[in-house]
Design a binder for this molecule. Structure first.
Ligand code: SF4
Length: 337
């Protein structure tokens, strides 16, 4: 594929724009991943009810979750990116793909352009591929990881938030099928999905889906629902932080193979009450702080994607300090540590 399909503009997350010196600003945490998003004049064809880019959303199209993504000419972004990769500041490029016509041709050209200067740079693409041809196109372009977001933890919530009941175009079974296709093309361990906690699911439902992902060889990344003004869910509350901590801990242990769904105990409300490991192991895992850091591809830290800098911090973008660990332990309310 030639560069004739290279998009004219690209959106860049505000943190990435600062770290690439495209705009001036200060950051507490420098992202090791450059976050890019495809540009469109209008809206995404899909209608995911939490998303500011969605067809019926009245939000600012500069936004994805609570992060703003200013647009720049593609050649400016690629040049800045090459420079940052050369200096060793950027280890991975993550491209968020909107569902718009011809977008996979644009992404194909973009990935090839980025890889021209450093064929070894890791590229992740987060998209709704719609068919296996698009998955194959990304693989051939040199993408090393693909993310296909399920977002919802159950078919019923999916239908309501991303599917027909929410005015959307996606279908749960089709998405599961595409994840399986992606596994065949990219291989186990190279496929991710995003799950959003706080859309009305129980902890048991989301943990069950995490186990399904783990069994398949899909990496599940966990996010906290973030209400964005102008979306149908703008008045919906973010998840309870105590519940989110339990989910982070369970996700981490499931992904690491330390415990599994059938060893977890839930109460009648579907909340996790026991993690199926002894206290010494649990203490060590909690004290490492690792379960509470941003989950996703290697080198993904997406600072302040879900949270206001004033807190609460759902996903920590770096190692937790002692004060943060103490706060997490208090939220988990598991004693003793
Ligand atoms: S497909 Fe992605 S960008 Fe489009 S509405 Fe859904 S979450 Fe938003």
């Amino acid at each position: 594929m030639s560069t004739q399909n290279l998009p004219v503009q690209l959106r860049v997350s505000i943190g990435t724009a600062i770290s690439l010196d495209l705009i001036e600003g200060k950051m507490d945490v420098t992202p090791a991943t450059a976050y890019l998003m495809t540009f469109t004049e209008g809206k995404c064809l899909a209608n995911c009810n939490f998303c500011p880019q969605a067809q019926e959303s009245k939000s600012n199209t500069n936004l994805l979750s609570r992060v703003s993504w200013p647009a720049f000419p593609t050649f400016v972004v690629v040049a800045a990116l090459n420079n940052a990769i050369k200096k060793g500041n950027i280890k991975r490029v993550c491209i968020q793909v909107l569902n718009v016509p011809n977008v996979f041709l644009h992404v194909d050209s973009l990935v090839r352009e980025i890889k021209k200067n450093d064929p070894g740079i890791c590229v992740s693409v987060s998209c709704q591929p719609l068919n296996s041809e698009n998955i194959l196109l990304l693989k051939k372009a040199g993408v090393d990881r693909i993310g296909i977001a399920l977002d919802a933890a159950s078919e019923a919530i999916f239908r309501h938030i991303k599917g027909v009941e929410g005015g959307g175009i996606y279908n749960w079974h089709q998405e599961l099928g595409l994840l399986e296709e992606a596994l065949l093309i990219f291989g186990q361990g190279k496929v991710s999905t995003h799950l959003i906690a706080g859309l009305g699911e129980t902890e048991q439902e989301i943990v069950c889906l995490i186990q399904w992902c783990v069994d398949k060889g899909i990496l599940p990344a966990l996010f906290a629902f973030t209400p964005i003004k102008g979306t149908p869910l703008e008045k919906h509350s973010p998840p309870n932080i105590e519940s989110y901590r339990r989910l982070q801990l369970a996700r981490y242990m499931l992904v690491q193979g330390i415990t599994c769904f059938k060893h977890l105990t839930f109460n009648t409300e579907g909340q996790i009450v026991l993690f199926g490991v002894d206290t010494t192991i649990l203490d060590a895992i909690v004290n490492s702080g690792l379960p509470f850091q941003t989950s996703g591809c290697p080198n993904c830290n997406r600072p302040f994607y879900n949270e206001k800098p004033s807190g609460p911090l759902y996903n920590y973008p770096k190692n937790l300090n002692q004060k943060e660990l103490d706060e997490v332990k208090r939220q988990l309310n598991i004693r003793p540590f």
